[in-house]
Write a protein that binds this ligand. Sequence first.
Ligand code: TYD
Ligand code: MG
Length: 463
Amino acid sequence: MAKTKTHTRFVCQQCGRVSASYMGKCPQCGAFDSMLEEVVHDESTVKKSAANVRGLSGRSEPQPISKVGGEAEERVPLAIGEFARVLGGGIVPGSIVLVGGDPGIGKSTLMLQMAMEMAKTQKVLYVSGEESERQIKMRAVRLNDKKLPEQLLLVTETSLEVILNHVRASQPDLLIVDSIQTVYLSEIDSSAGSVSQVRECSSQLRELAKSSGVSVFMIGHVTKEGNIAGPRVLEHIVDTVLYLEGDRFQAYRLLRSVKNRFGATSEVGVFEMREGGLSEVTNPSEAFLAERLVNAAGSSIAVTMEGTRPILVEIQGLTSPTQFGNARRTANGVDFNRLLLITAVLTRRVGLKLAEQDVFVNVVGGIQIDEPAADLAIAAAIASSWKDLPVKADVVFIGEIGLAGELRMPSQMVARLKEAQKLGFKTAIVPKAIRVGEAYPKGIEIIEVRSLDQALDVALKKS
Ligand code: TYD
Ligand code: MG
């Protein structure tokens, strides 16, 4: 047996940058105190790289581009429509997918639901490093108490070597690893969840997927900075990155694809967390508007794009006289700085006296809006509350606000207007088009305005 030499190195847990000595600040990503010492066995690294070269030369063969198969990837259909949509149609055999999200948001629930669905036709192995088989079974019963699928195998395991043995023995079509932060390789000395472990384990899972055609889904926890275990570390290893988002105290969940080698990114699936698991919301706009109080002051409707999908959401605004000196601004579901900008424009360009008012903005349904096309609706909700005049119930607002109080055209106007019209809205207040593009849909009255001032004049008429 060859002698193994060991040495230590320091690895940034954020970006994976390796350094020979400790550094307080990572020179690559700028994170502070993120370097962790890890022990490296020289022998195993040498062996591994040799194996990699052999593996490559054994499998690949250059061929003319015209001979390369160009058919669309075959996909295994997935009966959960909203999920399939985000994946780009179905599950691609041999692909590796990362599902990220905050703790408690519903990742394990979603994966188990998928596993139970797929197990009707395929063999599925669900590996959990977080919960016992009993706990998973109890969840499965909660999701579907009728009949548990025979082809769904459960195991609680954290050693990747053992997991790979289970895969070899049981030959599943689909492997789910819950979560990548709990599995480890014994040849790496750092603890489970560290960048080295996460990177090495996911590389091996990727090898497994590519060489055997098993589809692999792995769950990844989001760190408090909002990244999956050191951001760039995992994203280039996997084919697809999905995030499950939502407010933990609200029922709606958005499944978003941020990277997809087999489909469009920025696709969004909408779910609602219920007693029996995540249920699909095929018409999100209707769901988000369901509890709306018609003709109440301080409410307006925005049309936001989630990927390629227009979604109508209610924005609520409330102004209330400041009690203790400093006026407060509270944003829930919209960017705080965006709210500051909008209140400043309302104060300076429209003349609303908001300096001594607390301003609250809330997006109903717990979703987060991060595009400026909702500016106009936010401004309308605040102005409506301040003036105590309701916006008519069948009006939508679409437009970005500039610092001079001018309105700017957001992208995908036609798709937004079509969705509003489909849901029965009669009027849309939008920025004046400078270039004439695709024709606006019929059946919804379009009021074009140049400035925020004009928009509010139209929207908040005393009747
Ligand atoms: P879970 O899938 O365990 O979250 P994660 O794996 O992302 O940490 O989901 C946790 C929450 O979902 C938990 O608070 C309970 C809730 N839940 C339901 O509301 N209904 C259900 O049917 C299930 C299974 C969970
Ligand atoms: Mg979980």
